[in-house]
Design a binder for this molecule. Structure first.
Ligand code: NDP
Length: 264
């Protein structure tokens, strides 16, 4: 039997993913005998049994299974337990341990500045991850979302929340984050242009989690003469932290260089 370790990305869809390129390039550079593939899963309830039947050593999990997999892990480590979402699984002596590398990936992708206030637009899984890590770093957060339902989670944490219709920006924010999928496959702004203009009057950075696309949100930031950034560095960094969990390699800077080269 081969002693090659197998890793995979679970999600639906996954065909577009850069993860195999990122992780396989790292495995090769580190001389780590492993292979990373894609598993498109139609039924999320089958994730644990698929992981085990394929004899995986670890995996990443993407949309729409990051929350469902949380309860399938035998234990959950670090910030993942606060977020309630897992994007990395490691098999440790037949137990599945869940982690969340998106949070650190996002936070370490921010330009090194001191931010005191942030406006997070969106209330889905990515917004939860971002809000958790911002609060941990003592940044005051306000959340605004198109509809009301998903705001409950943030209200229960004592965070100031608004629906887009009710949001009136009396103050500016230093960090404005589009954590929605607006602009991903349409030409929508996540919030009206007027509201974005008002909210960004003290902005040091306009950040869009969508990657490899100049979204209307980023175009507006440019028009306003503000610094802006898309989600590609977040994507790269979450892969770096996941790979460190897979391989045990501890030089994040070197892994970042290796993985970045794989996708330019
Ligand atoms: P969810 O489906 O959990 O949430 C989507 C959110 O976007 C909801 O708050 C929804 O509002 C809002 N939304 C969708 N369309 C619009 C619109 N036209 N106008 C205003 N709000 C809108 O998605 P995720 O949180 O999982 O993902 C969000 C984005 O983050 C995706 O584009 C994904 O690709 C990106 N992402 C990037 C990563 C990276 O590494 N860069 C990592 C993970 C995700 P409502 O509640 O009203 O429906």
């Amino acid at each position: 039997m081969s002693d090659k370790k197998e890793y995979a990305l679970f999600g639906n869809p996954v065909a577009h993913s850069l993860s195999p390129k990122l992780h396989n390039s790292a495995f090769t550079a580190l001389n780590y005998n492993a292979h990373y593939s894609l598993i498109e899963l139609k039924d999320g309830s089958k994730l644990r049994e698929t992981f085990i039947s394929k004899n995986l050593a670890g995996a990443n999990v993407t949309v729409p299974y990051k929350e469902v997999v949380y309860s399938m892990c035998d234990s959950v480590s670090g910030v993942a337990s606060e977020i309630g979402a897992v994007n990395t699984i490691i098999k440790n002596e037949d137990k599945l341990v869940g982690y969340n590398s998106d949070a650190l990936g996002f936070y370490n992708s921010l330009p090194k500045e001191k931010y005191k206030t942030a406006l997070v637009i969106g209330a889905g899984g990515t917004a939860k991850t971002i809000v958790t890590i911002l609060l941990k770093n003592e940044i005051s957060v306000t959340v605004v979302n198109r509809s009301r339902d998903k705001l409950k989670y943030f209200k229960n944490l004592g965070i100031e929340c608004f629906t887009a219709d009710n949001f009136n920006s009396n103050t500016g924010y230093e960090l404005i984050i589009n954590a929605t999928s607006a602009g991903l496959s349409d030409s929508a702004l996540p919030l009206s242009k007027d509201k974005l203009k008002l909210a960004s009057r003290e902005a040091k950075l306009m950040y869009d989690v969508v990657y490899n696309k100049k979204t209307p949100f980023l175009s507006l930031a440019k028009e306003l003469g503000l610094r802006y950034q898309d989600g590609s560095d977040m994507l790269l960094r979450q892969a770096v932290y996941a790979n460190m969990l897979f391989t045990g390699y501890d030089d994040s800077k070197k892994l970042y260089e290796i993985m970045k080269l794989a996708i330019v």
